[in-house]
Design a protein around this ligand. Structure first.
Ligand SMILES: [Zn+2]
Length: 288
């Protein structure tokens, strides 16, 4: 599943390959991956110049320039969310289509095109006006790699949700998925069930440092897969969830379900808080 580092990698690739180019014909082959009317989508974005691209959390907004006055003289934004299996690539038009190619966006010159491929079709492409985009991005918490220490502490304060759920709640922080949340908590030696609002200033600094470190490393490795990162760290097997023992202390890794998601942690290195709440206790019992 593409997470923030994969999306950041896509963003950098897009900037390199398509910035300044013009979109030609838009061919929607499967309407399910378009949010709203596919016809309107095609009409709104075709024939515009790609002026920029930015990311918030796991969403990318591609800025499309003005066309003619009949369009209302308004810029549009192409919002890309990859969902579970989405891929956005630049291909020669002559290249045979991969299975599950749902959208083709022609590029100027006519020799290349952008293709959206998505086997499971949870991803979405959407055309937005500027104010719609601002509203959408504004409703998301600060982007994880860019959040400041004081924003981070402020967002944590008084929150009674377990740290793990807090990290993954896109209203507090955007872009953190399951594996990066687990890995950050592991590096910061914090139990996923600790109430977010109960972290000391020191612990929250430690967590933020761990989070940024994990995300930066993954972006450096182009997010190709988190496994590469693991391998470079010399860890056996796949990612932490598949590890049976802690790589620090060799104790068995425990699994607990928090907000419906599997969390993996080392009970020795990430001990339960001493004054944990009843709610957290109850959730701990739900461990499978
Ligand atoms: Zn351990």
């Amino acid at each position: 599943m593409p997470e923030l580092p994969e999306v950041e990698t896509l963003l950098r690739g897009l900037k390199k390959r398509v910035l300044g180019r013009w979109l030609g014909a838009v061919d929607v082959r499967h309407p399910q991956v378009i949010a709203g009317s596919p016809d309107e989508f095609s009409r709104q974005i075709s024939g515009r110049q790609i002026l920029g691209a930015r990311r918030k959390g796991k969403a990318i907004a591609i800025e499309l320039g003005l066309r003619t006055r009949e369009d209302g003289g308004e810029k549009r934004y192409l919002l890309v969310r990859l969902g579970m299996t989405g891929q956005f690539t630049v291909n020669p038009v002559a290249e045979p289509l991969e299975p599950h190619t749902h959208v083709r966006l022609g590029l100027d010159g006519g020799k290349e095109e952008l293709r959206y491929v998505d086997a499971r079709r949870f991803g979405r492409l959407r055309s937005l006006a500027g104010e719609e985009l601002e509203k959408l991005f504004g409703g998301m918490g600060p982007d994880a790699p860019r959040i400041t220490e004081s924003q981070f502490q402020k967002a944590l304060s008084n929150r009674r949700t377990p740290l793990k759920s807090w990290l993954m709640n896109q209203q507090f922080l955007s872009g953190v998925g399951n594996i990066y949340a687990d890995e950050s908590l592991y590096i910061a030696r914090l139990n996923p069930l600790i109430e977010a609002g109960q972290l000391s200033a020191r612990q929250s600094r430690r967590l933020l440092r761990a989070l940024k470190h994990v995300l930066e490393r993954a972006v450096e490795l182009q997010g190709t897969s988190f496994r590469d990162y693991i391998d470079i760290e010399g860890r056996p097997g796949n990612f932490l969830p598949q590890l049976r023992v802690c790589r620090r202390c060799r104790q068995p890794i425990e699994r607990v379900v928090i907000s419906g998601r599997s969390s993996h942690f080392c009970p020795h290195c990430q001990p339960q808080p001493r004054h944990r709440t009843r709610r957290a206790k109850a959730k701990r019992l739900a461990r499978s």
